[in-house]
Design a protein around this ligand. Structure first.
Ligand code: NAD
Length: 252
């Protein structure tokens, strides 16, 4: 592992533009479990019932039932050493942007300034009738005692600004993510199982553009064959070691 980490430190040193793509795995050490691993949310809440746009419109109570379990985890989570390492890489000029599938706002809280939230954020919600935007604190109050939160302006149902299954991603955010993936010299793919599309296709765009791909994961992913280097281990342990190795090499 030390040799591989030093290899990646050299790759970073030579790189002009570095982009990170992160998935649920980077936030597991902050206490937010990923969804697909054994015991994960999808093993208990069938996403086709609890997390599609269609099911939300037909019966939002199911979604809000699941949110009652998930929201406290999101709210109480703190950035972990992996988030902090990516913020440190940005300060060192070696992380131009973070493209994340996560909705937990932890990259921004760690200090990264250019974060593309492919799947939206739990921090706000929008009324499906009049499109009034609501902050999380307000939604939490409206949803207390297991109620479905309704808009204060018109009484419509509020949907959190997270992308549900069957819902399109924000087009400008996705387009910029594709641009970054095709223009960067290095992509760090951290804690992403690469099973959810279109996010999972970003490493392929990068690979076709001759970007060096570094995967950090505790397990194999569906796209391991295109990785230039695989660092196997917990993101919260691997990324701080990588920053340390890069600092030692570059004298920064
Ligand atoms: P995913 O596809 O990103 O898979 C999680 C990956 O993380 C797996 O490959 C797993 O091996 C890896 N992993 C787990 N712990 C790790 C660790 N400590 N270090 C490094 N890698 C680790 O995510 P998913 O669970 O299939 O979730 C699907 C979607 O649901 C996400 O894209 C996201 O939109 C949403 N989600 C968000 C959060 C969050 O905001 N924190 C959490 C769960 C799910």
């Amino acid at each position: 592992m030390s040799d591989e980490i030093e290899r990646v430190a050299r790759i970073l040193d030579a790189a002009g533009k570095v982009v990170a793509l992160t998935g649920a795995g980077i936030s597991v050490e902050s206490g937010i479990p990923d969804f697909r691993s054994p015991g994960g949310l999808w093993t208990r809440y069938d996403p086709s019932v609890y997390a599609t746009f269609e099911s939300f419109v037909n019966d939002p109570s199911r979604f809000w039932e699941m949110a009652e379990e998930l929201n406290p985890l999101l709210e109480n989570a703190e950035p972990n050493p992996a988030h902090c390492a990516l913020a440190e890489l940005e300060q060192l000029g070696k992380c131009d942007a973070v493209i994340t599938q996560n909705i937990d706002h932890l990259h921004q809280r760690a200090g990264n300034t250019d974060v593309l939230e492919l799947h939206g954020t739990y921090r706000t919600g929008t009324c499906l009738t009049c499109y009034t935007r609501h902050e999380f604190e307000e939604i939490k109050e409206l949803a207390s005692d297991g109620r479905i939160p309704h808009c204060k302006s018109c009484g419509g149902v509020i949907k959190p600004d997270v992308v549900l299954f069957g819902e399109p991603l924000n087009a400008p955010v996705l387009h910029r993510a594709i641009e970054l993936a095709t223009a960067c010299d290095v992509m760090l793919v951290v804690g992403a199982g690469l099973e959810v599309f279109p996010a999972a296709s970003l490493p392929t765009y990068a690979h076709r553009s001759h970007t060096e791909l570094v995967f950090v994961n505790i397990a194999e992913t569906a796209f391991d064959d295109i990785a230039d280097v695989r660092l196997t281990g917990k993101a919260g342990e691997v990324l701080p070691r990588l920053v340390e190795a890069y600092r030692a090499l570059s004298g920064n």
